[in-house]
Design a protein around this ligand. Structure first.
Ligand SMILES: [Zn+2]
Length: 167
């Protein structure tokens, strides 16, 4: 059984229904909570960047450390993206730019989806993220822009994804 026009799936996890993030237990945060580290606010049941009056309203609520900041603090990524191959050597700056651009777009809507680290070497760029969605987004953007080979593997027993793009 394969969804039309999607990517290769590995393991038993269905992409659109990944294991729930253990760093974000449902119902844990009170409305108006804000992250003391990055300033994101918890409103309408989700983490959101400030909008009309919300950042200030949020500052009146409880202060916590949001799941993304906790992952950064714990050095525990949920997503791993590897970009590799000869193409990287000649187009590294361009590829890094795409990674950052996609991450910024994603983060605007999903504040918990962030890059943790980005390490560059001559034929390889390694990115870790706080979530399992951002690596897929970047991988698909790479494939759209540059073709290449994309592989996506979900952890069988963990909230984790490994994405590899190679060209
Ligand atoms: Zn935070």
């Amino acid at each position: 059984m394969t969804a039309p026009g999607r990517f290769t799936r590995y393991g038993a996890r269905v992409f659109d229904d990944p294991r729930h993030d253990p760093y974000e237990p449902r119902g844990k945060y009170a409305e108006g909570t804000h992250c003391a580290s990055c300033g994101v606010g918890y409103r309408d049941g989700r983490w959101q960047w400030g909008g009309a009056g919300s950042a200030r309203a949020g500052s009146g609520g409880a202060a916590e450390t949001c799941p993304a900041c906790r992952r950064v603090r714990d050095h525990l990524p949920a997503g791993y993206l590897t970009i590799e191959g000869p193409y990287v050597a000649t187009h590294r700056a361009e590829l890094v730019q795409l990674v950052h651009h996609q991450a910024e777009q994603e983060n605007t809507e999903h504040p918990m989806h962030r890059i943790m680290r980005l390490d560059e070497s001559p034929e390889r760029i390694e990115v870790t993220t706080t979530d399992v969605h951002l690596p897929r987004r970047i991988g698909e953007a790479l494939r759209r822009a540059y073709d290449g080979d994309l592989a996506i593997a979900f952890g069988a027993d963990a909230y984790e994804v490994r994405v590899n793009w190679r060209r």
